[in-house]
Design a protein around this ligand. Structure first.
Ligand code: NDP
Ligand code: 13P
Length: 338
């Protein structure tokens, strides 16, 4: 039986560990908090991140990363983007065999502009990497733990590795597709969080469904424009990891990015919002990265630019929306040609 560990016991790491344990794999969930590992092992709960959920009894937790790594042929990395390098550092000291890595984080590192797969590839010794596969798509943890039907994509240039991850996770309520376009999948997964923050702001300002449909559609246009210029497959952006994830994140009350945007739209300041959320809001740092990528690749990303001005230049959300609406006249479809 395949031995697997999940690094990171937040909502997503815990939900995915639950899927793997329910699929019958020998699964260890690593948390950097001893009390949380004890809670998971004794009470089978993770009250901070999934308060309503009872975890399977065959899911064990540890706060010893060496134990988790030694246990595993496959390692699922499920910490926020800003913690990836630190977790890699901790893993290096303990790796002694080739491992299949799966990452599920949705962000881009500001300043270096690296995707998560690139950070993993440069931070971990090549001789211990069997492959790096990205698992992404429209999938809120809160619904996965309820066994509500969910579809995601496993992406890797090596399709056999993607298929191995497909087999690991796939079950009756968790359907996994494959894709070779790692860059397109990672760009779509990261940048939908930026647009979801904007959609939350729009809802916080009490703008209606017209505004949200506009943000989703024009958001997808700018994500696709950037992603294709960087080498992604245009079709990836209308798939699960592009349009699919954009829809779920812009419209779901479960989305931390949408909820954070909603509070910003109601007038709360960014730091207050982040303090109140208590969970990662990936879109904030990714907005900075996306703004930098747009400049680097000379791609127009008006929604990202407007959001950047709200988050980092203290522009009032309503002023940013007015400026977006009054941009130079454009053709819709020509603008989509890359
Ligand atoms: N939630 C979801 O439905 C989905 C999330 N994702 C992505 O998964 C990633 C993780 O998100 P999610 O689980 O929701 O985040 P949460 O905020 O729910 O949890 C983050 C977890 O990571 C832990 N953590 C933070 N920093 C470190 C560190 N330096 N070392 C070890 N552990 C650390 C946190 O520990 P602590 O409790 O100590 O803060 C917490 O357990 C994100 O990139 C997100 O975009 C993708 C799909 C769905
Ligand atoms: O990626 C997600 C759903 O697919 C989770 O989005 P949030 O981080 O906004 O909650």
């Amino acid at each position: 039986m395949e031995k697997v560990c999940v690094l990171g016991a937040g909502s997503w790491g815990t939900a995915l560990a639950m899927v793997l344990a329910e699929n019958g794999y020998d699964t260890l969930l690593w948390t950097h908090r001893t009390d949380q590992a004890e809670e998971i092992n004794s009470l089978h709960t993770n009250r901070k991140y999934l308060p309503e959920t009872v975890l399977p009894e065959n899911l064990y937790a540890t706060s010893d990363i060496a134990e988790a790594v030694a246990h595993s042929e496959t390692i699922v990395v499920a910490v926020p983007t800003k913690a990836i390098r630190e977790v890699c550092e901790k893993m290096i000291a303990t790796l002694d065999k080739k491992v299949l890595f799966v990452h599920v984080s949705k962000g881009i590192e500001p300043d270096t502009l690296k995707l998560i797969s690139e950070i993993l590839a440069e931070s971990l010794p090549a001789e211990f990497i069997e492959e790096i596969v990205v698992l992404s798509g429209p999938s809120h943890a809160e619904e996965v733990v309820l066994h509500h039907p969910t579809t995601v994509t496993a992406a890797c240039a090596n399709i056999e590795a993607a298929e191995k991850v497909q087999d690991l996770f796939m079950n009756q309520f968790f359907r996994v597709y494959t894709n070779k376009d790692v860059l397109g999948v990672e760009i779509g997964g990261a940048l939908k969080n930026v647009i979801a923050l904007a959609a939350g702001i729009s809802d916080g300002l009490n703008y209606g469904d017209n505004a949200k449909a506009a943000l989703i559609t024009r958001g997808l246009a700018e994500i696709t424009r950037l992603g294709v210029k960087m080498g992604g497959n245009p079709f990836t952006f209308s798939g699960l990891t592009g349009m699919g994830d954009l829809i779920v994140t812009c419209t779901s009350v479960h989305s931390r990015n949408w909820r954070a945007g909603n509070l910003l739209g109601q007038g709360m300041k960014l730091q207050e919002v982040l303090d109140q959320m208590g969970m990662v809001v990936e879109g904030v740092r990714t907005t900075k990265a996306a703004y930098q990528l747009a400049e680097k690749h000379d791609v127009a990303m008006p929604i990202t630019t407007a959001l950047y001005s709200v988050l980092f230049s203290d522009i009032e959300p309503k002023v940013a929306v007015d400026a977006l609406m009054m941009r130079m006249k454009k053709r819709e479809i020509d603008d989509m040609i890359y």
